[in-house]
Every structure is written in structure tokens, then in C-alpha cells.
Design a protein around this ligand. Structure first.
Ligand code: SF4
Length: 68
């Protein structure tokens, strides 16, 4: 099984602070209104660490990591 993770965002909870996509460009982009869009996966050690930080640092607890 792959160690890669992707993300899921609870759009009803997200407030568009941008912490997730500013620090995880391989996983998130943002739409025209500043809300995150999941575009990829985290697979390197640095990317996995960054995604873990995004999950833990989202002020709205709107980010979850998922196995791919
Ligand atoms: S950090 Fe959380 S609240 Fe902010 S844009 Fe990302 S998912 Fe939304």
C-alpha cells in the first residue's frame, strides 16, 4: 500500500484562511474566492509532514488526510 495521502476539506466549515494551501502546494490550490481545492497527493516525507501540519493547524478543523 502507498504511504501517500491526499486531503478532504469540509467546505461548510472552511473559512478560507489559506493556511492549508499556502503551505501545501502539491496538495491544494485555491479557487477565485480563496477557498482550497484538492489537486494532488503528499508523498515525500516533507509533503506528508506539511499535510499533517495543515490538518493540525486548520483553525476550523476542516482538513482531513486520506490514504490514496
Ligand atoms: S486552513 Fe482550514 S479554514 Fe483555512 S482555507 Fe484551509 S481548510 Fe479552510
Amino acid at each position: 500500500m502507498s504511504d501517500a495521502l491526499t486531503a478532504e476539506v469540509d467546505r461548510s466549515a472552511c473559512k478560507g484562511h489559506g493556511r492549508c494551501y499556502m503551505t501545501n502546494p502539491e496538495v491544494f490550490d485555491c479557487d477565485d474566492e480563496g477557498f482550497p481545492i484538492v489537486i494532488g497527493v503528499a508523498s515525500t516525507a516533507q509533503e506528508l509532514s506539511d499535510l499533517e501540519r495543515a490538518v493540525n493547524n486548520c483553525p476550523e478543523q476542516a482538513v482531513s488526510a486520506l490514504r490514496v
